[in-house]
Design a protein around this ligand. Structure first.
Ligand code: PMP
Length: 427
């Protein structure tokens, strides 16, 4: 049983001692003290079905025993920096991770977060190409350090500090975008940026395969291959940000970019990679990787023994428990059921996503697509009261984000949709 401080006490300490920027979703924020697979428990032992663990990095399930054992065993044996000495954990995980990539993507750099991974990717692209200009997509999220905040393209996450050299291309948004699902038309904006906004040469293009923070936006078909080709003609590298869409989440593929038939030059990842342990990575080709050898480059904890032991255990669980297939089967079923809710409730404007990375956008008017912001928060809060945790996102904060641990079952999907249905019926 839990004997720590109450949620109220924690909240008051948080208000006093933590940054005022720290936020939480619910009216009465939860004090979560235990986790087990797709479930979370508050201090009173009340159980919640976690349909948003994916964003908070859990891919195999909370406290998955195999991952926990790997972490505990490595911690008991040795935890140290990545630099200076040899350690088997980092080498074994790097090999196993590299095996997950096509083509020449075989060199791994470890970091502690997604932001760090993307900063490193941008740095490498700039060094490799000798160019500075980067193109990212509007509404994307790539991190909050100087370079990545530049690449992030939502005003709510941008502070008014210098973020030079990034151009934001039109979002190939199939729901609100002017060209609907015509990926090639959106891709022309990238050509225009290269022509009118740069010397004609660029360092990189960076994009998520499915925008996560941006509200589970799937890029219009045909967009990525066309853009990759334009970027390469302009001498740039193509970076795939797989922080959210990687590690089997989209079901059909292990990496989100694979669904678009492209092979990036650099891939970045974090979140799911360590099932909750701080870990990120950049994977690239031997040729591009060389640019970091011209100077001293290191990351004290990136790829430390404990984090990489966790990473290796995650890959083993994904394989052994067939979680990519599960993401596909359960995700498709869940999407189908959510889509049938759309037929029942006018407020649901769009249901989208792939595998266990799904979004439900709420609008006050289907024609005008007016964001139903207040309603989104209200429903999330009500669903929490009934034992289900979902997330929200999108520029207007009106999109439910459903990204559960990949062990989510069909019964869990039914429970989620039934509770959402009931909540919507009471609006
Ligand atoms: N890229 C994407 C696609 C993300 O969703 C996030 C985090 N939401 C990041 C990068 C940054 O990761 P971190 O918060 O670990 O720095």
């Amino acid at each position: 049983p839990y004997s720590g401080p109450s949620a109220k006490e924690i909240l008051s300490k948080r208000l006093q001692f933590l940054s005022p920027a720290v936020f939480h979703f619910f009216k009465n924020p939860l004090n979560l003290v235990d986790g087990k697979m797709q479930y979370l428990f508050d201090e009173k032992g009340r159980r919640y079905l976690d349909a948003f663990g994916g964003i908070a990095t859990v891919c195999c399930g909370h406290c998955h025993p195999h991952v926990v054992d790997a972490i505990v065993n490595q911690t008991k044996r040795l935890q140290h920096s990545t630099i200076l000495y040899l350690n088997p954990a980092i080498a074994e995980f790097a090999e196993a991770l590299a095996a997950k990539f096509p083509g020449d993507l075989k060199v791994v750099f470890f970091t502690n977060s997604g932001t760090e991974a993307n900063e490193l990717a941008l740095l490498m692209a700039r060094l490799y190409t000798g160019c500075h200009d980067v193109i990212s997509i509007r509404n994307g999220y790539h991190g909050n350090a100087a370079g990545t905040m530049g690449a992030t393209a939502q005003s709510s996450y941008k502070f008014n500090v210098v973020q030079t050299g990034v151009h934001h291309a039109q979002n190939p948004d199939q729901y609100r975008g002017v060209f609907g699902s015509d990926g090639l038309k959106y891709a022309r904006d990238v050509d225009d940026i290269i022509t009118y906004g740069t010397s004609g040469h660029v360092a990189a293009f960076i994009a998520e395969a499915i925008q996560g923070v941006g509200g589970i936006m799937e890029l219009a078909p045909g967009y990525l291959p066309a853009v990759y080709s334009s970027i390469r003609k302009a001498g740039g590298l193509c970076i795939a940000d797989e922080v959210q869409s990687g590690f089997a989440r989209t079901g059909s593929h292990f990496w989100g970019f694979e669904a678009h038939g492209v092979v990036p030059d650099i891939v970045t990842m974090a979140k799911g990679i360590g099932n909750g342990i701080p870990l990120g990575a950049v994977v690239t080709t031997p040729e591009i990787a060389k640019v970091l050898a011209y100077r001293s480059y290191f990351n004290t904890f990136g790829g430390n023994p404990v984090s990489t032991a966790a990473g290796l255990a995650v890959l083993q669980v994904l394989e052994k428990e067939n979680l990519q297939q599960n993401a596909m089967t359960v995700g498709s079923y869940l999407k189908e059921r959510l889509t049938s809710l759309k037929d029942k409730y006018e407020i649901i404007g769009d249901v989208r996503g792939r595998g266990l990375m799904l979004g439900v956008e709420l609008v006050k008017d289907r024609q005008l697509k007016t964001p139903a912001k207040v309603e989104t928060l209200h429903i999330m809060d009500q669903m929490k009261e009934m034992g289900i945790l979902i997330g929200k996102g999108g520029f207007f904060g009106n999109v439910f984000r459903i990204t559960p641990p990949l062990c989510f079952t069909k019964d869990d999907a039914d429970f989620l949709v039934d509770v959402m249905d009931y909540t919507l019926s009471k609006m």
